[in-house]
Design a protein around this ligand. Structure first.
Ligand code: PLP
Length: 389
């Protein structure tokens, strides 16, 4: 029944009527282990009672007012995000693409206000994904996504990740370098710590801002709250979305006072961005991540998850060959078509997400329990044994 929907998604013929923890249920009683988590969104699984409660409370009080007024929940959320990061200022929006788009604007305006009006270029990297607005498409520079949508905004330079390439392209026209610490859509490719440090060194040397797109890899997914902590670098700007609202739409740009200095009255805006309901939910998500020791759950169980996958690979080398990633953001390299594995997994009650480079992504809720991971091993084995030839 999709006649009236634009045909932008190839959808599986299934819908869900209930969710609890890491499990989803269809109306025929079918049960699915959700290792897709809405593509890294449901960080606390489905139906978390505290999230339900905070949503009900916000609905009983006030769920939307515009940014013409003070929104205490928004201020509290901004303070919390700044307390746990390098950032001093936050702008709230509704999605990942909006956060990245806003980060690009923030970096260009920074240089403009400092009188460096030619510094407009944004350097990005091969296989990146930053969203589907025109500017974020230009940033990703993936012909599969951009074809037919031109003309795209100018001022984006997409390069291979190497010191040599970056040294060649960085100049007094560069506003920012934009990178995902771990590429998600691009196939779970980790940016090595040394490369993040190299980018920080070069950007600092050239007075260029460093933007880390953590829409997919942030919010505890790698076992650290932010996905640069393991690299020991401090960026100027971070983008967040997906897991921040655990399923309720909210995005955020986090920046230092200096990097955000161009974002003055009237320079940017969003009707829905940072409304009381979204911010109450996100505040609760952060509280639960802390109280339920979610980061240590990811850190300790990811070892168990990795070890189990490596065992399964040993027995199915003709179908899957390796696993990469960090924390609960893992990619299994497939020998057979990744979409065939995803489809067979679905038919066997396991939800997985394909990514580029013939990868199957595992993005379980961050509060997934050990027994769910054991069930994952079982379902992955069944899937691989039942792949159609
Ligand atoms: C790294 C990254 N940036 C930006 C986006 C865009 O987010 P949204 O789909 O919420 O616009 C995504 C979405 O997958 C992403 O993975």
């Amino acid at each position: 029944m999709i006649e009236n929907l634009m045909d932008t998604y190839k959808r599986y013929p299934i819908s869900f009527s209930k969710g609890e923890g890491s499990w989803l249920y269809d109306s025929d009683g079918g049960k699915y282990l959700d290792f897709a988590a809405g593509i890294a969104v449901n960080v606390l699984g489905h139906g978390h009672p505290e999230i339900k409660k905070v949503m009900h409370e916000a609905i009983d009080n006030v769920w939307h007012v515009s940014n013409l007024y003070q929104i205490p929940e928004q201020q509290k959320l901004a303070k919390k995000l700044c307390d746990i990061s390098f950032a001093d200022k936050v702008f709230f929006c509704n999605s990942g693409a909006e956060a990245v788009e806003g980060a690009i604007k923030t970096s260009r305006k920074y240089h403009f206000e400092k009188g460096d009006k030619d510094r407009t270029e944004i350097i990005t990297f091969k296989n990146a994904f930053h969203g589907r607005t025109l500017a974020t498409l230009a940033a990703g520079a993936n012909p599969k996504h951009t074809e037919g949508f031109g003309p795209l905004p100018s001022g984006f330079v997409n390069i291979e990740l190497s010191q040599k390439q970056l040294e060649e392209k960085i100049s007094n026209k560069t506003a920012a370098v934009l990178i995902e610490p771990i590429q998600g859509e691009g196939g779970i490719r980790i940016t090595p710590k040394e490369d993040l440090q190299m980018i920080r060194d070069l950007t600092s040397k050239h007075g260029v801002l460093m933007i880390l797109d953590q829409v997919q890899c942030g919010l505890g997914r790698t076992g650290d709250f932010f996905s640069h902590e393991w690299a020991g670098v401090e960026p100027d700007i971070i983008t967040l979305a997906k897991g921040l609202g655990a399923g309720f739409p909210i995005g955020a740009i986090l920046a230092s006072t200096d990097a955000s200095s161009g974002m003055v009255h009237g320079s940017h805006g969003s009707t829905f961005g940072g409304n009381p309901l979204a911010c109450s939910v996100a505040l609760k998500v952060l509280e639960i991540i802390d109280e339920e020791k979610i980061l240590s759950n990811v850190k300790s169980l990811s070892e168990f998850l990795l070890a189990g996958i490596n065992d399964i690979i040993e027995n199915h080398k003709d179908k899957i060959t390796s696993v990469r990633g960090r924390g609960f953001m893992l990619g299994i390299k497939c020998e057979v078509e990744n979409t065939l594995i995803a489809e067979t997994a679905l038919n066997n009650g396991l939800l997985l997400v394909p990514a580029a480079d013939n990868i199957i992504r595992l993005l379980p809720p961050l509060n997934t329990e050990k027994k769910d991971i054991e069930e994952f091993f079982n379902l992955l084995n069944i899937t691989l044994e039942n792949l159609p030839r």
